[in-house]
Design a protein around this ligand. Structure first.
Ligand code: SF4
Length: 508
């Protein structure tokens, strides 16, 4: 006799997830590969393959433990195609109506569970350092919700890199040490790669058949797909890449897709890796003298600082946060975000890496694609849907504050104190993309001028009313004002021409 259903979603693949901790005899765990979840944005086939494989292996591990699991594969003829459909089908089969679920990481699914005719109890997901209530308490009454202050709270709470009440090494944040440009050579051969096993091969065939026409390649699939493999990937990063991670975390290289990055967000966000385990492993490396503080602090800050912060913002701001468009940007995403040709080498390299790996690091996302989208005035919802679709680690709880807040300034300044825009200068300094580009990073106007240069001033000019009083932008407006009327007109005209050509689908 089944008494209750326990729902486990694709990004809740750990025995330690709240609903599973509540498992008792008579419960039935429900897991399902459903087309609604695979297609609400056109997810990268690699992301779908990763999640379906990890789900199948996790379900098998639960059964081995003796737990009862009802698992629906995508090609099951009885598959209803949605999470709530599968819950209702299993509830009917077993004559039960009570469902225990761990709160989903997307408002869309939270609402679907609320609307489900069964009795669904959603328990807060406690795989994070902070609860919703803790973030609320911290945010309440503050004029500005800056990540740095939240991060310090999390350092104190976890005790990570703390010496009593003081930060280890005397500084909370070593970001200034972590901005070295692209090195000539990388002495790390990239993240640990796993040869697909039988389950993975089966899923790769299924996903290839169903989603093979979507943007993204399944070739050379190497992600780990269980917690043991995720731990091994972490260990390799800590041992071989962490020491240099800090120095080069913002660098970008055309032929080095991973540099010294960990590529563990895909494991953290699906539940295969525990965030505190990852942080403690990095802290241990520092204590053992195997990694410098700037690298370890930078790594830990991304997990207990930024990751917790973006989640806090997402739940605090509510379900309309992802729909905000404070700058009223409404241009459609150009085809080169989906792999059409572009002469902008930085974009072309980042998108190509995204197509082959379902991965790009934070600066490629922030300062190449995100920066371009903001400068060009692309619609922030379309931009968010793109990030949600193409990255294997993307879920709405993590993408919204990153895209709507950080990269697109569409939330009006909740996350960022000024828009993250830059001309070609930054990309030229931090990458090797500009060498060999059709455009010239140094050229501001005229034939071959880099579009980032034109659009940078165009953005500031068209949003002058909004930003000219922002003290962090005064310098930029002073520079613009020093330009002659003629130069300003040339920039406006050339930027408009570029945007019109882009909208018409011309090769830009
Ligand atoms: Fe990108 Fe401009 Fe550099 Fe080309 S010149 S790679 S478009 S920043």
């Amino acid at each position: 006799m089944v008494s209750r259903l326990i729902l486990v979603l694709a990004d809740q693949l750990t025995r330690n997830v709240a609903a599973l901790r509540d498992y008792r005899d008579g419960d039935l765990i429900v897991m399902a590969e459903v087309s609604d979840e695979a297609t609400y944005v056109p997810h990268h086939p690699r992301k779908i393959a990763f999640l379906f494989t990890a789900m199948r292996k996790f379900a098998a591990s639960l059964r081995e433990e003796g737990l009862a699991v009802a698992y629906t594969t995508l090609d099951d003829p009885e598959n209803t195609g949605s999470i709530t459909g599968e819950l209702i089908r299993r509830a009917d089969e077993h004559g039960v109506s009570e469902v225990i679920a761990t709160e989903p990481g997307e408002w869309r699914l939270i609402q679907a569970l609320n609307d489900c005719p069964l009795t669904v109890r959603q328990i807060e997901d406690d795989r994070f350092i902070a609860t919703h209530a803790e973030f609320e308490r911290w945010a309440e009454g503050r004029k500005e919700l800056r990540m740095e202050w939240w991060y310090r709270e999390m350092r104190r709470k976890t005790g990570l890199l703390m010496e009593g009440d003081e930060p280890a090494g005397g500084k909370w944040n070593y970001d200034h040490d972590n901005r070295k440009p692209a090195p000539g050579e990388i002495d790390f051969s990239g993240p640990m790669r796993f040869t697909p096993d039988e389950t993975t091969e089966e899923v790769l065939t299924l996903v290839g058949n169903r989603f093979g026409n979507s943007f993204g390649s399944l070739d050379d699939f190497w992600f780990g797909t269980d917690s043991e493999q995720a731990s091994r990937a972490l260990t390799r990063f800590i041992k071989h890449a962490l020491p240099n991670f800090g120095d080069y975390q913002d660098a970008m290289m055309s032929e080095e897709q991973f540099l010294y990055h960990s590529i563990i967000s895909v494991y953290l966000n699906s539940g295969l890796l525990d965030p505190m385990d990852a942080c403690r492993a990095a802290e241990d490396a520092w204590k053992a003298g195997d990694a410098p503080i700037n690298a370890v602090e930078g790594f830990i800050r991304q997990i207990i600082g930024w990751r917790e912060y973006v989640r806090g913002i997402y739940y605090r701001e509510g379900s309309d946060y992802a729909k905000r468009n404070d700058l009223n940007h409404n241009r459609s995403l150009p085809g080169f975000f989906w792999g059409d040709d572009t002469q902008m080498r930085c974009i072309s390299k980042t998108v190509e890496q995204t197509r082959t790996q379902a991965y790009a690091h934070h600066i490629q996302r922030l300062m190449v694609t995100g920066n371009f989208a903001l400068l060009a005035g692309l619609n922030p919802q379309e931009v968010q849907d793109w990030y949600m679709a193409v990255y294997a680690d993307a879920y709405e709880w993590v993408m919204s504050a990153n895209v709507i807040g950080m990269t697109q300034f569409a939330d009006g300044g909740i996350v960022a104190s000024k828009p993250y825009v830059s001309s070609a200068n930054y990309i030229d300094k931090m990458s090797d993309y500009c060498k060999g580009c059709h455009y010239s990073a140094k050229k501001k106007t005229g034939e071959g001028a880099c579009p980032f240069n034109l659009l940078y001033w165009h953005f500031l000019d068209r949003h002058r009313e909004k930003f000219e009083k922002n003290p962090r932008m005064a310098q930029m407006y002073a520079t613009w004002d020093r330009m002659s009327d003629e130069k300003q007109t040339t920039i406006r005209d050339e930027a408009d021409t570029f945007l019109n050509r882009m909208a018409q689908g011309a090769l830009v």
